[in-house]
Ligand binder design. Structure first.
Ligand code: UFG
Length: 334
C-alpha cells in the first residue's frame, strides 16, 4: 500500500511533490478545490509522469467528502498542503485564513483519526520564527509571535499536530521556495499581482509588470536589502518524499519539525543580479520603501534535515532562476 493523500496537490509545491512521489513509486491521491490553481495542472502532471492520476475536487473543510476519499482509498500517509498563503491578504481578511487553514487542518485530522491514519507531513514555514535573534536559525529557536495571521495559522497548526498524540508528524518549515520543474510544464501560478519576489521579477522581465520595486535598502545587511534562503521547489518536493521514509522508519515518532532550506542567505539585489546574469536579461527595477512586516534576515540551519531525512538541497541558484524564467516564458505560449 503506497497511497499518499496530497491535499492541495495541484498547487505550486503540491504539484512538484506529486511528480517526486510518482518517481518514488508512491500513488498520490490528490484533492484540491482549485482555489489557487487550475485544472490544467492535473493534465500537465499526467503528461510529465505518464500516469493517470486520482483527483478529487474537494474543499479541505468538507469532512463528508474527505471521509469518502478515505473510504475509497486505503491511505498510508497524508501530505497536507491545502491552505491559503498570502501574507498581506491574511492581514486584511484574518478569518478567511483561520477558517480555511485551521478548520481545514482540524477536519483533516479528525477524518484521519476516524480512519486510523496517523502519518502526516505538514506544510509549515520559516515564518514561525518571526524575526529570529540570529541566523542560520535552527529548529530549537523560539517561535515568536508571527508577523501575520497567515504565519499564526502555521504556528497554531504545529501546536495542534503536536497535541494530537495519535499522529506521527513531520512538520517541514520551508524557507523561500522558487523555481519550477525542468519540463516547464508546472510552476507557480500567482493570481493577479504577485506578492513574492521571483514571480514579480519574471513578470517584469516578461513585460507584464512595468517595474520591480526593491522593498528597502537600509536594512542591516551587506547591501542593505533583506536576506532570505531561496530553495528550489524540486528539492523541496523531494524533502516530502524523504519525510515519508522517516515516518515509516520511525513509527514511534510523534512530532518532528525540520527546516528545509539551502543554508545560504541571499539579498534581494543578489537575486536580481543573478537573474539578470544567468538569463541575460536587463531588469527594470528601483529601490522603494520597506514593506511593512518584512523580516530583515533569515536563513536556515539545514543540518537537521540532513541528519534525520538524509536530505540536502541539490539545485543551485542558477537552476532556480533559469527554471523560473523558462516557466514564465512557457506561460506566454499557453
Ligand atoms: N521583495 C521585493 N520586492 C517585491 C517582492 C519582494 O523587494 O516585489 C523582497 C521582500 O521585501 C523580501 C524578499 O523580496 O525581502 C522576499 O519576499 P517574498 O515576498 O518573496 O518572500 P517572504 O520572505 O516575504 O515570504 C515568504 C512567503 C511567505 C512566508 C515567508 C516566510 O511568501 O508565505 O516567506 O516563510 F510566510
Amino acid at each position: 500500500m503506497r497511497n499518499i493523500l496530497v491535499t492541495g496537490g495541484l498547487g505550486y509545491i503540491g504539484s512538484h511533490t506529486v511528480v517526486e512521489l510518482i518517481k518514488n513509486n508512491y500513488t498520490p491521491i490528490i484533492i484540491d478545490n482549485l482555489s489557487n490553481t487550475e485544472f490544467e495542472v492535473l493534465e500537465r502532471l499526467e503528461s510529465i509522469t505518464n500516469t493517470k492520476l486520482n483527483y478529487y475536487n474537494i474543499d479541505i473543510c468538507n469532512g463528508k467528502a474527505l471521509s469518502e476519499v478515505f473510504t475509497k482509498h486505503q491511505i498510508e500517509a497524508v501530505i497536507h498542503f491545502a491552505a491559503f498563503k498570502a501574507v498581506g491578504e491574511s492581514v486584511e481578511q484574518p478569518l478567511k485564513y483561520y477558517i480555511n487553514n485551521i478548520n481545514g487542518l482540524n477536519t483533516l485530522l479528525s477524518t484521519m483519526e476516524t480512519n486510523n491514519v496517523k502519518n502526516i507531513v505538514f506544510s509549515s514555514s520559516c515564518t514561525v520564527y518571526g524575526e529570529p535573534d540570529s541566523s542560520p536559525v535552527n529548529e530549537t529557536a523560539a517561535t515568536k509571535r508571527a508577523n501575520s495571521p497567515y504565519g499564526r495559522t502555521k504556528q497554531i497548526g504545529e501546536d495542534i499536530l503536536q497535541d494530537c498524540k495519535f499522529l506521527n508528524t513531520v512538520s517541514l518549515r520551508y524557507f523561500n521556495p522558487i523555481g519550477a520543474h525542468p519540463s516547464s510544464k508546472i510552476g507557480e501560478l500567482p493570481l493577479g499581482i504577485p506578492n513574492n519576489l521571483v514571480p514579480f521579477i519574471t513578470q517584469t522581465a516578461a513585460g507584464i509588470r512595468e517595474k520591480l520595486t526593491v522593498f528597502g535598502s537600509d536594512y542591516n545587511t551587506k547591501d542593505g536589502t533583506c536576506i532570505r534562503d531561496y530553495i528550489h521547489v524540486v528539492d523541496l518536493a523531494d524533502a516530502h518524499v524523504k519525510a515519508l521514509t522517516f515516518i515509516k522508519e520511525n513509527p514511534e515518532n510523534k512530532f518532528e519539525v525540520i527546516n528545509i532550506g539551502t543554508g545560504n542567505g541571499l539579498t534581494v539585489l543578489e537575486i536580481i543580479n543573478t537573474f539578470e546574469k544567468v538569463n541575460n536579461i536587463k531588469l527594470n527595477y528601483s529601490i522603494g520603501p520597506r514593506r511593512p512586516g518584512d523580516v530583515e534576515k533569515v536563513w536556515a540551519d539545514a543540518s537537521k534535515a540532513k541528519l534525520k531525512l538524509g536530505w540536502e538541497a541539490q539545485l543551485d541558484l542558477t537552476e532556480m532562476l533559469v527554471s523560473s524564467w523558462n516557466w514564465q516564458l512557457s506561460l506566454k505560449n499557453k
